[in-house]
Design a protein around this ligand. Structure first.
Ligand SMILES: [Zn+2]
Ligand SMILES: [Zn+2]
Length: 497
């Protein structure tokens, strides 16, 4: 599947579900007409649970908007209507309204082909397909494409430089854009990365149009970044110098949530951990005393972590699954594997929490006399969105489309390898909502369906307009670019220990 798609050597586990909105809260059914379960309803739910996809709209409506949509606790208590503010006409204050008009016209012109691109990727959730489709698309629009970038089969770089007077550009700036494109096993584009792929293309092409039509110097670099859900594709690109040339980098991510809404959340740091227990098999009835039960080790660890969960912070997460191999009820398992993910608000807290989780694994091995092997996956740092970039983006989408935007130190508990990018250079990763079915947040078949709708396409193009305008300002406005860099340097200084 696509999420196992970084075809390169690595000492980390490649197929762990680590990334993006793996831990995002669900948007519960708004109606609370049925929150009591009668016997009839219980049998109905049981029936539904037997089908491959239950009707999640029948879940109780005990949460309307999850913690994090509006940042702080006080904010989330306010209904949406009360926190949404209609901004004034954008023409008065947005940087270069003529540029925004050019972006909008270009995206309107490209919209049918961008829609087709998004749907093609949605219909073919294989990463090599997306790589080939996207590189072909960028080449056909005048970008210089490097496929299989930096030794990664499914990464690519697409670049375009504009020099109004035809002279070589020495001091012109470089804006980076990212297109994620990987899918989820069994769910397809349940995280909407087809929209992210299309959005990156839209932003890059819109900026190109502006540079050409408004005689602005600069370079656009679109990176095709595979393996966000697992394997940390951007971390490999970062380590191999893929972001060195950029002055700033921008991308977006769809999620569920209120209509016409975008949030600049910090996300959380995250790390996958694979734990293998090696025991000794035996006949489960005739000689159980001969065994070292690896399944028991996994079970003890699972139970210990479930207890630990009560004593960790509200914004921390530890979640995982148990995987077997050749299990049978009459054979005591000699092997079991746990696949866990630890998340915390920042990397330092994550390391402390990981230590406590590790103790649960070790204790289980000790209790069952099994051997243990622990493999750490790629560590995703928390997002550090650049506030100067964020305000610029919010100003455009707020004034132009009346989009409600929030920025807060708290947020939804998602993680992304783009977090590592934000620690290395000025960068922005707004989330935005697309219309979803009830209880149909990221990583569900319901969200996959939502990612293919015309409404999702329209929401993505609004966000792309805001990002493209922000990217243009990095290239066109030296003072703005200086403030972007200064914020990054100051933030780095204030958060490093
Ligand atoms: Zn995801
Ligand atoms: Zn995602």
């Amino acid at each position: 599947m696509a999420s196992k798609s970084v075809h390169t050597e690595s000492d980390i586990t490649q197929d762990v579900q680590a990334g993006c909105f793996s831990g995002l809260f669900r948007l519960r059914n708004k109606s609370d007409a049925k929150n009591e379960f009668s016997k009839d309803r219980q049998s109905q739910v049981t029936q539904e649970s037997l089908s491959s996809e239950a009707d999640t709209s029948e879940l109780p409506a005990y949460v309307q908007y999850p913690y994090g949509w509006y940042g702080g606790y006080e904010e989330q208590r306010a209904p949406v209507d009360q926190v949404a503010e209609k901004p004034p006409s954008y023409d008065e204050d947005v940087f270069r309204p003529d540029v925004v008009s050019t972006i909008e016209s270009k995206l309107k012109e490209l919209s049918p082909s961008l829609r087709q691109l998004s749907l093609d990727i949605w219909n073919h959730p294989e990463i090599m397909y997306a790589h080939d489709r996207l590189t072909q698309f960028m080449s056909s629009h005048g970008f210089s494409v490097t496929p299989h970038y930096l030794g990664i089969d499914t990464a690519f770089r697409a670049a375009y430089t504009h020099s109004p007077d035809g002279k070589p550009l020495k001091s012109a700036r470089v804006i980076g854009v990212n297109s994620e494109m990987d899918a989820l096993p069994g769910i397809g584009h349940g995280c909407g990365h087809n929209l992210i792929a299309m959005s990156g293309v839209a932003v890059a092409l819109a900026i190109k149009a502006v540079l050409e039509q408004h005689a602005i110097a600069g370079t656009i670099v679109l990176l095709g970044t595979p393996a966000e859900e697992a394997g940390g594709g951007k971390i490999k690109l970062l380590e191999r110098g893929g972001y060195d040339e950029m002055d700033a980098c921008i991308m977006s991510h769809p999620s569920s949530g209120p209509d016409n809404f975008s949030a600049i959340w910090p996300g959380v740091a995250c790390q996958p951990i694979d734990v293998e227990f090696f025991g000794h098999g035996a006949h489960a009835a005739s000689a159980p005393w001969e065994a070292q039960n690896a399944l028991d080790a996994a079970f003890v660890a699972y139970a210990s972590i479930s207890a630990l969960r009560q004593q960790i912070k509200p914004d921390q997460r530890v979640h995982g699954i148990i995987v077997g191999r050749d299990w049978a009820p009459n054979v005591i398992p000699d092997y079991a594997k746990l696949r866990y993910i630890v998340r915390a608000s920042n990397w330092a807290e994550l390391e402390a929490l990981r230590k406590r989780v590790r103790a649960c694994f070790d204790a289980a091995a000790l209790a069952t006399a099994c051997k243990i092997q622990v493999t750490l996956g790629a560590g995703y740092f928390e997002l550090r969105n650049n506030d100067v970039l964020g305000r610029e983006y919010a100003n455009v989408v707020g004034r132009k489309y009346g989009m409600t935007t929030v920025s807060s130190s708290e947020g939804a508990k998602f993680s992304t390898d783009f977090g590592n990018v934000t620690h290395a250079l000025p960068a922005l990763h707004p989330a935005y909502s697309i219309p979803t079915e009830p209880n149909g947040s990221n990583h569900t078949p319901q969200f996959a369906r939502a990612a293919a709708t015309p409404e999702a396409h329209a929401a993505t193009l609004k966000v792309a307009t805001g990002l493209a305008a922000t990217g243009v300002r990095v290239l066109a406005d030296a003072e703005f670019a200086r403030r972007v860099t200064k914020y990054f340097e100051d933030n780095k200084a204030s958060t490093s220990s």
